[in-house]
Design a protein around this ligand. Structure first.
Ligand code: TYM
Length: 333
């Protein structure tokens, strides 16, 4: 069934288990999935095959994959309302990626800004997988005929590519795929590094005070936020030209749910130290229940295994239906 015939919209999104999840992943993605899980049919993936496109350690990948599943649950995704699974458990992702590689012009991939950034100066360490990574991402989304893809700002170009690939496939081979849309929230879609507000907060960045990981201890969270790079001005206002302060205020806005106006009034006449202390309290309070649930969930490893096995079974009819149609359309059956 494609999107045109469904009454409830289907959502698909994913996160790479390439390191500990951070506040950017939470504010830009997971939190929004959790808030809207009643409105849609939800499929959330841990994309372990995307995580091998750069140097990695297999043992760490294995443990980060499980940690990410645990964090999805701990952040509030309800396995009754969301299907949570691991990409490599459904081999059709890579099968479909190959087929889509053959309908994706190379020029489209050469334009991807994330590839340009990640490959710069990498020489032979730049794998072909890193180049075709967005095609695997398109396969993830199109395999499930998703209508909406809730992501942070940095993934917009990739979701738009998935749209273009779907439209091109439909034109060449007949109507097969739902054409998906990126869903990006206006607040918190691009959380910046606390140590350098010109760089997006990322799992792979170095620097002890770059990000707040969802499983960081309260002391570490407070240290990172208190050291956050700001500027030498005084007044606390939302101004994108003061990126360090803007980032702190954006995180505050996303986690408090208050308006810009309320926040500016609240901090009027206060200094940066005061803002940082309140922000650290807010972040610690937001992460505390997540960390407690995470400990509880991961105390029983069998629980995660059972959940993942059940998810694969639940997804099977969708996967089989899409692949049957793709194979016929492309002339393999
Ligand atoms: P990844 O693992 O880099 O990030 C996961 C999600 O978190 C968002 N995000 C951020 N949001 C705000 N501020 C930040 N600093 C920040 N950093 C990350 C991302 O936008 C994303 O929503 N290619 C994807 C994973 C993927 C995927 C998919 C996503 C693979 N297949 C299919 C959606 C649908 C990635 O590397 O995300």
């Amino acid at each position: 069934m494609t999107g045109a015939t469904r009454t409830t919209k289907r959502v698909f999104s994913g996160i790479q288990p390439s390191g500990g999840l951070h506040l950017g992943n939470y504010i830009g993605a997971i939190r929004n999935w959790v808030e809207e899980q009643d409105r849609y049919e939800n499929i959330f993936c841990v994309v372990d095959q995307h995580a091998i496109t750069v140097d990695y350690d297999p043992a760490q990948l294995r443990s980060h994959t499980r940690q990410t599943v645990g964090l999805y649950l701990a952040c509030g995704l309800d396995p009754e309302r969301c299907t949570i699974f691991v990409q490599s458990h459904v081999p059709e992702h890579t099968e479909l990626a190959w087929l889509l590689n053959c309908v994706t012009p190379m020029g489209w991939l050469e334009r991807m800004t994330q590839f340009k950034e990640k490959s710069a100066g990498g020489g032979e360490r730049v794998s072909t997988g890193l180049f075709t990574y967005p095609v695997l991402m398109a396969a993830d989304i199109l395999l499930y005929q998703a209508d909406g893809v809730p992501v942070g700002e940095d993934q917009k170009q990739h979701v738009e590519l998935a749209r273009d690939i779907a439209a091109r496939f439909n034109r060449l081979f007949g109507d097969t795929f739902t054409v998906p849309e990126p869903w990006i929230r206006p607040v918190g879609a691009r959380v910046m590094g606390f140590d350098d507000p010109s760089r997006k907060m990322s799992k792979s960045a170095d620097g002890q005070y770059h990000s707040v990981a969802l499983l960081d201890e309260p002391d570490q969270i407070r240290r990172t936020i208190m050291r956050a790079v700001t500027d030498s001005e005084r007044d606390i206002v939302f101004n994108p030209e003061r990126p360090g302060l803007f980032n702190l205020l954006t995180v505050f806005q996303a986690l408090s749910g208050q308006s810009k106006q309320e926040i500016e009034t609240h901090f009027a006449g206060q200094g940066y130290g005061h803002l940082k202390r309140e922000l650290a309290d807010l972040v610690i309070a937001a992460l505390e229940p997540i960390q407690a649930r995470y400990r509880d969930i991961t105390a029983d490893p069998a629980r995660i295994d059972q959940l993942l096995a059940r998810s694969v079974a639940r997804l099977r009819p969708i996967v089989d239906d899409t692949m049957a149609r793709v194979r016929v359309a492309m002339g393999h059956r």
